[in-house]
Design a protein around this ligand. Structure first.
Ligand SMILES: Cc1ncc(CO)c(N)n1
Length: 222
């Protein structure tokens, strides 16, 4: 049997996934040595990211051709807001991010680049491209969570983060979104499938950039 569409685009980004799994931010997170300022940077930016990601998921829900898609993406939009409010607020307290710092934070170039890219797919591209661009956020984090969990030291200050993304429930959500992307790919043309593969690749690149930007404490150059 031929390889499914998602299996194909996943295999195509194997070098990007290797670069993600080998990134010093994630190796340091697993062994508990990640500098506190890098994690603070990450968690503040991720909170901004999730607020925008939730909006993009809500647009995907509105545009999904099937009830399964409308349910999945509207539920995803809700969970993204909940994670932003629960997990991140707990981390703000644990890692000493004040309410003023969190509320006054502006998105970095990498964060704004990623959220704006997804918003542009939602605004001006097909439903198929949009859902392909949405998928790495699920799938890359599920792969990272599963890869890091067995090598994480215990105790680890970042354990709740690792548990969130290695959770079988998150894996199941990833599988369902993947099935929706496969369904969209099967029903469209080769040209749209190529565009889907590009959206998937670009979003995966932004996933690497997001961790790298936290590692480097990225800010605006001017
Ligand atoms: C940047 C980014 N990508 C994916 C996830 C997973 O939800 C997240 N929290 N943040």
């Amino acid at each position: 049997m031929a390889m499914g569409f998602c299996d194909q685009i996943w295999a195509d980004v194997a070098p990007l996934r290797q670069a993600i799994l080998a990134h010093p931010f994630l190796t340091a997170l697993a062994d508990g040595t990640l500098p506190r300022d890098s994690f603070q940077h990450y968690i503040v930016q991720d909170s901004l990211y999730l607020a925008e990601y939730a909006r993009t998921l809500a647009i995907a829900a509105a545009r999904a051709p099937s009830a399964a898609g409308r349910l999945e993406f509207s539920d995803g939009a809700k969970v993204a807001v909940q994670v932003e409010e629960a997990l991140h607020q707990a981390f703000f307290a644990q890692f000493g991010v004040s309410a003023t710092t969190a509320q006054g934070a502006e998105p970095t170039p990498s964060c704004l680049g990623y959220t704006s890219y997804l918003a542009s797919l939602a605004a001006t591209r097909s439903y198929e491209e949009l859902v392909a661009g949405i998928l790495p956020c699920f799938w890359v984090y599920w792969e990272v969570g599963c890869a890091i969990k067995p090598r994480a030291v215990s105790p680890n200050p970042y354990a709740p983060w690792i548990e969130t993304y290695a959770d079988p429930g998150f894996g199941a959500a990833t599988d369902r979104v993947r099935a929706l992307v496969d369904e969209a790919a099967a029903a469209t043309t080769p040209a749209v499938r190529d565009a889907m593969a590009r959206a998937f690749r670009n979003a995966t690149r932004y996933e690497w950039m997001f961790w790298d930007s936290a590692w480097r404490l990225e800010s605006w150059p001017v």
